[in-house]
Design a binder for this molecule. Sequence first.
Ligand code: SF4
Length: 80
Amino acid sequence: MAFVITSPCIDEKAADCVSVCPVDCIKDGGDQYFIDPDVCIDCGACEAACPVSAIYYIDDVPDSEKQFIQKARDFFASRK
Ligand code: SF4
């Protein structure tokens, strides 16, 4: 399980989440940031820090944003 960054991050990239993450698992993916689902410890710090409310716990991601769950997995799979 993990937290997921969704569409409001695209081109916003406030990056407040990056500095609060205790396990440094939020990475720059170009037009948005992504959370590594294999490293995230579900602390919720990033969700509270995001100024555009782009971050959701995986079970709470709105239906219209669910493609971002796979997008994050694909992003980190391509880096490993
Ligand atoms: Fe990092 Fe915590 Fe957010 Fe997971 S929930 S990405 S560990 S700040």
